[in-house]
Each structure stands twice: as structure tokens, then as C-alpha cells.
Design a protein. Structure first.
Length: 198
């Protein structure tokens, strides 16, 4: 399993990028948001990846953040949502916006993506609502973007450790309140784990 790639951006297309890692070019499918975040050709980039294996192919999907990759995994776990549809959703909505849409049961927001009809959007919202944490993180107008990103990543880390979405969100929110807006991901996760253990 390939978890991430560190290398130079060798080429981009409408729905993919080529990352040159020590002379080997890895073709990764990507959302429009990830492609925009990668920067200019020749720049050194880190891409989080998900490997899709089927009977007739092995494909790599690339993401600008681990959070986007995590939402890709959640979305493709919904019946009827393939890689193409998940990337279409992540092309128009950031991970935080997807989380907000799911938490608020806002199927119309999800349905804005190409290839997502009202029924599929409703199924996505219904199946993922328990995994969205029940609340949108970093929703306050004054919240610093890096802090909300770190908070979302911290929630994701706790979910990966087996915590329920509501528990993970509550612990991270408490840790975030105590540490302040500039808290690092590492500090947030450590304090959230202590709070969740109480």
C-alpha cells in the first residue's frame, strides 16, 4: 500500500497529476481542488494517496491533504459512489464543506457535484451522518483556517483510532478551547486523547 508520495510535480491533466519520485512518474487521479493546491510544474509536492485495486487495473488517487483522502474513503464506501463521483464532490466542496453538508443533512449541497443526483446525494448524507461528528468544525467566522484544519485532522485521527464521531468531536473541541487557535495537530490529538479517556 502506498500512503503518500514526495516528489516533483511533472505534469497535470484535467483529472490527474504525475508525481516524479526519484525518476519514477506516478500517475495519480485527483480532484480539481488538489490539482489547484499542488502548485506549479517542477515544484516539490507531497500527495496523500489511496490505491484502488480492481480485476483489471491498479490506480492511485492523490490528495492535497489526509483529510480529503479520508473523505474520499468515506464517500466511496457509499453504494453507488465510485472514485469519479467522489472526486467530483471533492472538486467542488472542501472536506470541511462536505462535513458540514453531511452533518446538516444538506443533500442539495452534495448534489451540486457533477454526476450526483438528488437520490444519491440523499443516500450519501444518510449513510455518512454518523461519521461527520454531528457538528461542523471551525464554523465560527473568526476561526483561523489552520486551526480548523488541525481540528478536522485531529477528529480524523481519533476516528481512525476507533472513537465514535460525537466523542471525537467533543474531545477535540475541548482540547481546541484549552489550547487556543494556534494549536498544532500533535498537541490537539494528545490533549483530546487525555480528555476522551476521562
Amino acid at each position: 500500500m502506498i500512503a503518500h508520495l514526495n516528489g516533483h510535480l511533472a505534469a497535470t491533466g484535467i483529472d490527474h497529476a504525475v508525481i516524479d519520485v526519484n525518476g519514477v512518474g506516478y500517475l495519480v487521479g485527483a480532484s480539481a481542488r488538489t490539482l489547484a493546491a499542488l502548485g506549479s510544474l517542477g515544484e516539490f509536492v507531497t500527495v496523500h494517496t489511496e490505491m484502488l485495486v480492481s480485476e483489471d487495473s491498479i490506480r492511485l488517487m492523490g490528495f492535497a491533504s489526509a483529510e480529503e483522502r479520508d473523505w474520499f474513503r468515506l464517500l466511496t464506501g457509499v453504494q453507488g459512489v465510485g472514485a469519479k463521483v467522489a472526486l467530483a464532490i471533492l472538486s467542488i466542496l472542501s472536506p470541511a464543506e462536505v462535513q458540514t453538508a453531511v452533518a446538516r443533512a444538506d443533500a442539495a449541497m452534495i448534489a451540486r457535484a457533477n454526476g450526483v443526483g438528488p437520490k444519491l446525494a440523499q443516500r450519501i448524507v444518510n449513510e455518512l451522518k454518523d461519521k461527520a461528528g454531528g457538528i461542523a468544525l471551525g464554523g465560527g467566522a473568526g476561526a483561523a483556517v489552520p486551526a480548523s484544519g488541525a481540528a478536522n485532522d485531529a477528529v480524523s485521527a481519533l476516528l481512525n483510532l476507533g472513537f465514535k464521531p460525537a466523542e471525537a468531536s467533543a474531545a477535540v473541541n475541548a482540547a481546541s478551547d484549552e489550547l487556543g487557535a494556534g494549536a498544532s495537530l500533535d498537541a490537539l490529538v494528545r490533549l483530546a486523547l487525555r480528555k476522551a479517556a476521562k
